[in-house]
Design a protein around this ligand. Structure first.
Ligand SMILES: [Ca+2]
Ligand SMILES: [Ca+2]
Length: 452
């Protein structure tokens, strides 16, 4: 009898002890704040949250458990519920505090115009050369093996002509397809799918399956951007066809694919399926492939990899360059105004234009600041926490670089954050979200880095 009771007491005690022991050791296994910071650049911005002071775990913890069994909880857990659970508020990026520099990472490129990654864990960065080649940067080195060469079918004489866009299938590891946008020898737009060759370090030019062709009335304004959205669908940018001032009125004509962003399902149909939720599906006298209208030459657009928001940089006519914004979850069908408007200004007619139903840009700059906008990305890398959530764009003529983000009140703010003596043709993101910028003139690739 006595023995049994003693045993039970022992058991309780040791249980309590081991529990207390557990509690004491827990913090030790997750040294919050002690995580080595990611190769913090010497230019570590001051805005970076200070690492939590590493607390010494076990010692400070509760009781010296040898003496007493743990006392039962005397107080019921207090309902501290006067405040709702607090989600950590996303810090509001301060674009005015940002300064960036460009760090050269590759040279010897032939007119780089687009940059993509395959998100396949290889860390490769693919650089599109306007004449029709794709090069690979891996481990900081430009490979001598050309990933794809389709110069035999690309027409690249004009400024806006060539191999212009590249996107990898969002599940490239299982669906090893890449998609390209180029102007052919007749100057028409072609969107194609290609597969890898027997050597996975190269794509096979003979594997080309044409997804879409669009007749181009003039050599310029061909768009060329390809990007998969968070919905897994392929978005394609097309300019107004060219000439100047939208001579055929394609901007507002929903019977043509010109001057639009299209959205296609390239996993179904032959050669593609139109998603049933595209905004013009079932609307007579329109092209169901259309996702957004009223664009002049959306040379570069991108999705924020974190939020899915879409940023479109639409190249202007004679006076204004603009950035358009489409929040994630939009049902599509936005009309960005061309050629009724250029930026936030009436274009045709030149005054008192009807803005009904138009989505105006969230940022614009005049040609006193440049000549042709080069849209970029929202920074989501890890090397420069102070840049997180900021959209970057540049200008092809002036080399100015701007940062854009919403302030605490939701208003868009922009700031010029750098200027380089280059011709910025395109931004790109690597797998980890670091940002790059290509110089068309010198054939050089730069990483965008934050200055302290
Ligand atoms: Ca054209
Ligand atoms: Ca517009």
């Amino acid at each position: 009898m006595h023995k049994k009771a003693w045993l039970a007491l022992c058991l309780i005690l040791s249980l309590g002890l081991s529990l207390a022991g557990c509690a004491a050791t827990t913090p030790a296994s997750e040294p919050a704040g002690a995580t080595p910071s990611l190769s913090a650049p010497s230019s570590t911005p001051t805005a970076r949250p200070a690492p939590a002071t590493p607390t010494i775990p076990a010692e400070t913890a509760t009781s010296s458990p040898t003496e007493q069994p743990p006392s039962p909880p005397t107080e019921p857990p207090q309902p501290t519920a006067t405040e709702p659970p607090q989600p950590t508020p996303a810090p509001v990026p301060d674009v005015a505090a940002v300064r960036v520099d460009l760090k050269s990472v590759a040279t010897g490129l032939d007119q780089p115009v687009s940059i993509a990654n395959a998100a396949d864990g290889t860390g490769r960065l693919f650089i599109v050369e306007k004449p029709g080649r794709i090069r690979v940067l891996q481990d900081g080195k430009l490979s001598s093996v050309v990933f794809l060469d389709i110069t035999d079918r690309v027409g690249s004489r004009g400024n806006g002509q060539g191999l212009l866009g590249l996107a990898f299938h969002p599940d490239f590891a299982h669906n090893p397809f890449l998609f390209v946008d180029y102007t052919d020898r007749q100057g028409n737009t072609v969107v194609s799918r290609l597969a890898l060759s027997s050597d996975p370090a190269q794509a096979d030019p003979a594997s080309e399956v044409i997804i879409l062709t669009v007749d181009q009335p003039a050599p310029n304004h061909n768009g060329g951007q390809l990007a998969f959205g968070p919905d897994g669908l392929l978005y394609i940018g097309l300019g107004d066809g060219g000439g100047a001032g939208d001579p055929s009125g394609n901007g507002q004509n929903i019977k043509t694919l010109l001057a639009k962003i299209l959205r296609l399902d390239v996993d179904h149909g032959r050669p593609y399926a139109v998603p049933a939720t595209n905004p013009f599906v079932g609307s007579a006298g329109s092209r169901s492939e259309i996702w957004a209208t009223g664009l002049r030459n959306p040379w570069r657009f991108s999705f924020d990899r974190l939020t899915g928001d879409l940023y479109i940089a639409d190249v202007g006519q004679n006076k204004y360059e603009e950035i358009d914004y489409q929040p994630a979850g939009s049902p599509g069908g936005e009309n960005y105004g061309w050629s009724i408007m250029e930026g936030t200004h009436c274009y045709r007619p030149g005054a008192n234009c009807d803005r009904t139903g138009l989505t105006l840009p969230v940022a614009e700059y005049s040609h006193s600041q440049g000549c042709s906008v080069t849209g970029g990305f929202v920074y989501r890398g890890r090397q420069f926490p102070s840049l997180d959530g900021i959209y970057f764009y540049s200008d092809y003529c002036s080399g100015r670089i701007w940062a854009m983000a919403r302030d605490g009140q939701g208003a868009w703010r922009t700031a010029e954050v750098g200027q380089a003596n280059i011709q910025p043709s395109t931004f790109g993101e690597d797998e980890s979200g670091e940002l790059y910028l290509a110089d068309l003139r010198e054939g050089r690739l730069y990483q965008v880095v934050a200055l302290p």
